[in-house]
Design a protein around this ligand. Sequence first.
Ligand SMILES: Cc1cc2nc3c(=O)[nH]c(=O)nc-3n(C[C@H](O)[C@H](O)[C@H](O)COP(=O)(O)OP(=O)(O)OC[C@H]3O[C@@H](n4cnc5c(N)ncnc54)[C@H](O)[C@@H]3O)c2cc1C
Length: 558
Amino acid sequence: MNELLNTRRAQMFPKLSAPQIARLESQGVRQATQSGQILVQLGERPSRFFVVVRGTLEVILARPGDHEVFNVLEPGDFTGEMSMLRGSAGMVSIRVGEAGEVIAIDAAHLRTIVLTDAELSELFMRAFILRRMGLVSESSGADVRLIGSRHSGDTLRLQEFLTRNAYPYENLQIEDAPDIQTLLDRFHVRPDEIPVVICHGESVLKNPSNHELAVCLGINPSVDDSKVHDLLIVGAGPAGLAAAVYAASEGLDVRVIEIMAPGGQAGTSSRIENYLGFPTGISGRALAGRALSQAQKFGASFCVACEAVKLHPERRPYRVDLAEGSSIRANVLLIATGAQYRSLDIDTPERFLGAGMYYAATNMEARLCEQEEVIVVGGGNSAGQAAVFLANSCRHVHIVVRAQGLADSMSNYLIRRIEECQNITLHTRTRITSLQGTDHLERVSWRSETEPEDRQHEIGHVFLMLGALPNTRWLQGALALDGRGFIKTGPDLGAQDLSAAHRALGRAAYPLESSLPGIFAAGDVHANSVKRVAAAVGEGSSCVQSIHRALRDLTQNL
Ligand SMILES: Cc1cc2nc3c(=O)[nH]c(=O)nc-3n(C[C@H](O)[C@H](O)[C@H](O)COP(=O)(O)OP(=O)(O)OC[C@H]3O[C@@H](n4cnc5c(N)ncnc54)[C@H](O)[C@@H]3O)c2cc1C
């Protein structure tokens, strides 16, 4: 936080001018403040945000017991960060320093300002985003502590969940902190019960599921899901995020559910270099974070750690059941569940997942194998990017592919970079035959077509970049799929694919509409998709036009 504060203080804590304060006053109420008064309590959903008129406010980022004031707000300053627009639990407390006066504005009026006042919208959005980035970078005082081990796949899962959801937390590994036992004793935790998360300084979650952790953190807004939403988007990868931005900005009531974190596959990419408008590349996380803030600015509500497990296609509004037991109804659905990584076709021990075997190559994984030898399996662009990225910090990177070369499957620019890297070796016509180790991967064997026997290597890190299978099993046959399980849409649907409900409408399926009227599919999950960020974003945005038509059909009883 301090570094960000030093370099971008003016944008994080901009001073409001007198005319700006006057505009804000019309949306809020003046309120006198008393010294020591708590206006916002850490961990609670902030219902109001404050502009300082007289006196001061202290921003406190702290666990109980070690109250740390990291900023003092003076007249012309304002409170708030992204939680305010997301409706999630706040990450700081706000206490009155010197008594005075504030303008209090509730969340609904703040949204009105952000949507209607271009100057204040830009100022608030930038400040809120930078403040959240500052909180994420200031992990040492964070109110959430993850105590785990380098050799535990569940530790990596929880790290990934918190990191990808931009949630500030302190990361403690038993291997690095010998005095950690004292902390564990304080919370009555045995070493064999880690990973544990100490949430808001008091609740101890022993190896929680992502959903349990999300509930404890208050990461999701409270939304009335008993009502019927206009649009339910399942999956918040680039396609789902783009649809959320366009649909919410065009006034639809948009609900988005996502198993893991916004960003999807793209969110795991260390650097996307071919997405229009980012000549120096952009990390998947940064792209996802911006898109999420944009969608939330327009009022789309997100639920992370929410998995769709069943679609009820019988009648409208459509109903989708969630893994934790509840369900959501909507007049129109967009399925943007993308695809999931393919594994090796050998008996791959699941215990190595996150403990030597990875499906993503981001900074988190790269830190685990610094200066070590690693293997990247696969010949597509994601494998190429991973290899080039890992070559920066690893001693040596082996790319293992079954094909004769990379030319048929990888972009030219990546092939050239791989050729230029001294510490990358390409092994063609080769396949992995076994992974071995106890708790952590220790040895990998591979066999080349040119050699009769397996070769064993003392390598403890394998990155599987083998392409993807569609996430459509949860649909349980409710929609027409192609031979590989991708959802058929629009002109790909034959007469035999269309449901009776669709045939009764007497119209062709709209672009990206599935075999059921009012259910759309965009991005990697639909048949014959291009499998690129830009294509997913384009489809997510463009299908909103068809979504409006499908909603109109409903009101006209078509
Ligand atoms: C490492 C890597 C690097 C890449 N690099 C590039 C690149 O440089 N350039 C490029 O153009 N493309 C790149 N790609 C491909 C690109 O990321 C994908 O084409 C794009 O992300 C597809 O977007 P999507 O929204 O369709 O699906 P996804 O990104 O797959 O998102 C789908 C989302 O749905 C969620 N989901 C799945 N099932 C459910 C369910 N039942 N309930 C709730 N949520 C669910 C998933 O958790 C996921 O977040 C890369 C892919 C990877 C893996």
